[in-house]
Design a protein around this ligand. Structure first.
Ligand code: PEP
Length: 255
């Protein structure tokens, strides 16, 4: 049984004070959600503030990026050890904004995932196609290649820890959610590829959906057999909204 995992990606939003206020308001709202893994990914400058508030709770901390080297002359970068020091249990790698705006490649994502696993952190590895790629029938080829290359440095013994986030780029921040059926179709393909690459461990890996997930659509997405959670941007910025997503069983499944 795959445990649902709901992650908030705050991107470049919230000062330390705002992030801390979110965490203080959010914790009481999710204390009755012990069967769901809940993860907050603040911007790097707010990691420490959020870490102090959620310490000892079942809410976990994630970074939005990491550098694979242990240390060195990498101005502006943050290592796995530094994230451990802040209390991070997870890090998002290969988000489409990092791929398209900052040129992050599958090879870099693979290095990052490898370094995170070596340091005991869970990588949330993002994959997803553009609108043009979808419209020209390339979704499975693009996502399949991203998966294969981004996970090329993960071995079967570690695979079960890794989370894959399928985020069609055309659905991120646009208000256009993939229908549950469209999302499920790609999730099923991803599950099959993970199984082929990692065997039993691959089929046990959790696959999140991301792209305009909201309290109103989360239940219908989570009702799909291969959707194990959500990576949420806009709708994770308010405690009440993200707590409704965490409590997806309480929302009514509809389109
Ligand atoms: C994301 O940032 O990963 C994301 C899916 O954003 P949104 O929920 O705003 O579409």
């Amino acid at each position: 049984m795959r445990r649902p995992v709901m992650a908030a990606n705050w991107k470049m939003h919230k000062t330390r004070g705002e992030a801390e206020a979110f965490a203080r308001a959010f914790l009481p709202l999710v204390k009755e959600a012990p069967d769901v893994d809940v993860v907050l990914a603040p911007t790097a400058t707010a990691l420490d503030a959020v870490s102090r508030v959620i310490e000892g709770s079942h809410v976990a901390l994630a970074a939005q990026n990491v550098h694979p080297a242990e240390q060195g002359a990498f101005t502006g970068e943050i290592s796995v050890g530094m994230l451990q020091d802040l209390g991070c249990g997870y890090a998002i790698v290969g988000h489409s904004e990092r791929r398209t705006l900052f040129g992050e490649t599958d090879a870099q994502v693979a290095e990052k995932a490898h370094a995170l696993l070596a340091g005991g952190l869970v990588p949330i590895v993002c994959v997803g196609e553009s609108l043009e790629q979808r419209e020209t029938g390339q979704t499975f080829a693009v996502v399949g290649a991203q998966l294969q290359e981004s996970l090329s440095k993960v071995d079967a013994a570690q695979a079960e820890k890794v989370i894959v986030a399928y985020e069609p780029i055309w659905a991120i921040g646009t208000g256009k959610t993939a229908t549950p059926e469209i999302a499920q179709e790609t999730h099923a393909m991803i599950r099959e590829r993970l199984g082929a690459q990692f065997g039993e461990a691959g089929t046990a890996m959790r696959i999140q959906y991301g792209g305009s997930v909201k309290p109103e659509n989360v239940a219908s997405l989570m009702a799909q057999p291969d959707i194990d959670g959500a990576l949420v941007g806009g709708a994770s910025l308010e405690p009440e909204s993200f707590s409704r997503i965490v409590h997806f069983q309480r929302e009514t499944a509809g389109a």
